[in-house]
Design a protein around this ligand. Structure first.
Ligand SMILES: [Zn+2]
Length: 411
């Protein structure tokens, strides 16, 4: 196997740095925070034009209904943006699923809005690495593949969802459905600053406790009040006992809302918790233990708690078809002169969801960049073309039969 067979196809990507840079800059300037439905709709239109031009047919998939707990403890409905589904060769037997997200962590009013190229050539702007640059990498790799002599032999489905940054709750069904129909998944989260890819990924769960007591005036009727903040404190201490019991399983009490004034015994307290674990059995253990503590904990007389949420990103393990796919990525990288290494991470992304649906996947095929989720986010434009070539070569090696298709995780 050598990339020289594909030199001509790969060379189509040469010279695209400026095009990809300009498109990434333009998309970065469109605010598409997860709650900014208008900005997300603009990104949907932009990507529809670009992917249609590359040979795909576009569909818009409405978000699944979802609820959240407000900081007052009320169940509220959340409406997310539409996901884009682009399909090419839908009748082909072998299928590749490429996924990315239109949303960023920067809300509409964020001070971080305007992309710039710094004097050293680094691109700096919201979403340039996570992952508007990554969508450009995916787009150019897919376009070059579809126009190659193998372009009609493999089905390519692209999902660009609109709520990845908040856990893909409204797009999880779409991800799972398409993942079940594919052979491999390519996900365009940024590579680490040194070019390393993420290997195994921890799983994650979000839990919200709504603790309720009874309000009372702190001066006149203190004795009849049932303090929900104290109940929440007892519950948190009980849950915190789970930390350190299992290696690599952590529970973070992240956000707490409660109380209205110092002279009122608070009747409501909302506690938000994030759980991470590196092995499926540990994630399942934490999940069931949180439910047990919720049932058993003594919150104080007259104080109750409701639990909302659960595991939303299952653990992604480096095994089976995922390991086979990583070895193929490494081989392709070697042919292109890109050193490929991978490291486990406590972070998670849609690659976790694809693995849960049985799909071997590599989830950091986007641009090289860093400081994501901060106003220092950056990307290296010189990484765009090599990363697009990497994806293109992976697709060509599989389509041509020069590399075997990895086994599905549920095979
Ligand atoms: Zn991302």
């Amino acid at each position: 196997m050598t990339s020289s067979n594909f030199a001509e196809v790969l060379s189509k990507l040469d010279g695209l740095t400026e095009t990809m840079t300009n498109r990434t800059m333009a998309w970065s300037a469109i605010n598409s925070g997860t709650a900014n439905l208008e900005g997300l709709a603009t990104m949907a239109d932009e990507t529809e034009a670009a992917f249609t031009d590359a040979g795909f047919k576009a569909e818009r998939i409405p978000p699944a209904p979802m609820t959240e707990i407000s900081d007052k403890g009320e169940v509220i409905e959340i409406v997310r943006g539409e996901a884009m589904l682009f399909r090419a060769n839908p009748g082909a037997n072998r299928r590749i699923l490429m996924t990315g997200h239109l949303d960023t962590v920067f809300p509409k009013g964020s001070h971080f809005q305007t992309p710039v190229i710094r004097p050293d050539g680094t691109m700096h702007g919201p979403g340039v690495a996570d992952m508007k640059g990554g969508i450009c990498v995916m787009l150019e790799a897919a376009r070059a593949f579809l126009s190659s002599s193998y372009g009609e032999t493999v089905g390519i489905d692209v999902i660009l969802n609109a709520d990845e940054e908040t856990g893909s709750h409204a797009s999880a069904g779409l991800l799972a459905k398409m993942a079940k129909e594919a052979d491999i998944g390519l996900v365009y989260e940024p590579a680490l600053p040194d070019g390393t890819l993420a290997g195994a990924r921890a799983g994650s769960g979000h839990y919200t406790f709504t603790v309720r007591g009874l309000a009372a005036h702190a001066g006149r009727e203190f004795h009849i009040g049932k303090n929900a903040i104290l109940g929440a404190a007892r519950l948190m201490l009980a849950v915190d006992e789970l930390n350190g019991v299992r290696d690599g399983a952590t529970i973070n009490m992240g956000v707490i809302d409660g109380g209205v004034a110092t002279n009122v015994v608070p009747d409501t307290c909302v506690v938000r918790i994030n759980v991470r674990a590196r092995r499926t059995e540990d994630l399942n253990w934490v999940d069931s233990e949180i439910r047990r503590v919720h049932e058993e904990a003594d919150l104080g007389e007259g104080i109750t708690a409701e639990l909302h949420g659960g595991v939303h990103r299952p653990v992604k393990e480096m095994k089976g078809g995922t390991e086979e796919l990583f070895n193929l990525v490494k081989k392709a990288g070697g042919d292109l002169g890109i050193g490929i290494d991978w490291a486990p991470t406590g972070g998670c992304c849609d690659g976790n969801n694809l693995a849960e649906a049985g799909l071997p996947n590599v989830d950091t095929l986007g641009v090289v960049g860093g400081k994501i989720h901060s106003d220092q986010e950056y990307a290296h434009p010189e990484s765009f073309v090599p990363r697009a070539k990497l994806s293109l070569l992976i697709m060509l090696l599989l389509a041509s039969g020069q590399a075997p298709w990895p086994k599905r995780l549920d095979a």
